[in-house]
Write a protein that binds this ligand. Structure first.
Ligand code: PEP
Ligand code: MN
Length: 265
């Protein structure tokens, strides 16, 4: 898979160096999405906005995302802020709808990466689609082969703008992390696929706001190609992942900080 493209050559990424992806865990209302994204783009130059509209929640009864309606909000956000946007897709219908409404980059969530049937369905929906970048999160379980297999399936559909997203791994043991980083596993993937851009998601690794900075710093020290940080205008009242989202102001501080300091851990 030597012809996987570097981030700089992706159609939506204009700058080199580590990229920043930010936005709320979930799109909740058009106003919340627009306001959060506007604040983010005013605070700091980021590369790509993120927001989930199909949310894989652990148990039923939580907010499961606004669905297709959110794609119309995305179109308005893109137009008003002149920024590309990414969202999670978990089946063929999501892929078709996201592409129809002009989503710029797709991402595949950790709960989808574990399932080869799901990944193959997504890959089949991507066959013949030109130039849409796809970011593939690690599976929730610490299995590098499964992660690589998902990347191979998407590559097999003809996609060459592919990135991995390291979001940590589930563990029964209680640790300070929501999902244990097990950095060695991400490094193992990078060793097997040296051309693959690797982005770190400190939000789902950390699970709490105070861990976002140290995890981000560690990723930058390990030469990750970018960070995806959940950012909300009012994190405490977010409809999903409230404890790990940061404000746009804090996002700006974290991004400034990681570029200038090297961690000692
Ligand atoms: C998310 O990014 O909001 C998300 C659901 O992530 P993950 O698949 O890593 O749990
Ligand atoms: Mn989330």
């Amino acid at each position: 898979m030597k012809d996987i493209q570097s981030l700089e050559s992706w159609s939506v990424v204009k700058n080199g160096g580590p990229i920043a992806i930010a936005g709320p865990c979930s799109a909740e209302s058009e106003e919340q999405l627009m306001d959060t994204c506007r604040q983010i783009t005013e605070e700091i130059g980021i590369t790509l906005l993120r927001a989930g509209i199909w949310k894989p929640r652990t148990r039923p009864g939580s907010f499961e995302g606004i669905g297709e309606e959110g794609l119309k909000w995305f179109a308005n956000v893109k137009k008003e802020l002149n920024m590309p946007i990414t969202t999670e897709v978990a089946n063929a219908q999501h892929v078709e709808l996201a592409l129809k409404y002009g989503v710029d980059v797709l991402w595949i969530g950790a709960r989808s990466t574990v399932n080869p049937f799901t990944i193959q369905e997504i890959a089949d929906a991507l066959k013949g689609v030109k130039d849409v970048p796809v970011m593939i999160k690690n599976p929730i379980n610490p299995d590098v082969a499964l992660w690589k297999g998902a990347i191979e399936r998407i590559y097999g559909a003809g996609v060459r703008q592919i990135a991995g997203i390291h979001r940590g791994f589930s563990s029964f043991e209680k640790t300070q992390y929501r999902n244990v980083p097990m950095w060695k596993l991400a490094i193992a993937l990078k060793t097997e696929l040296p051309n693959l851009p690797l982005i770190c998601d400190p939000s789902h690794i950390g699970g709490t706001r105070d861990l976002i900075y140290p995890v981000s710093q560690k990723a930058i020290d390990l030469d990750f190609d970018g960070l995806m940080i959940e950012t909300h205008r009012d994190p405490d009242n977010a409809w999903s992942d409230a404890s790990q989202q940061v404000t746009p102001k804090r996002l700006a501080e974290i991004l400034n900080e990681v570029n200038i300091k090297k961690s000692t851990t």
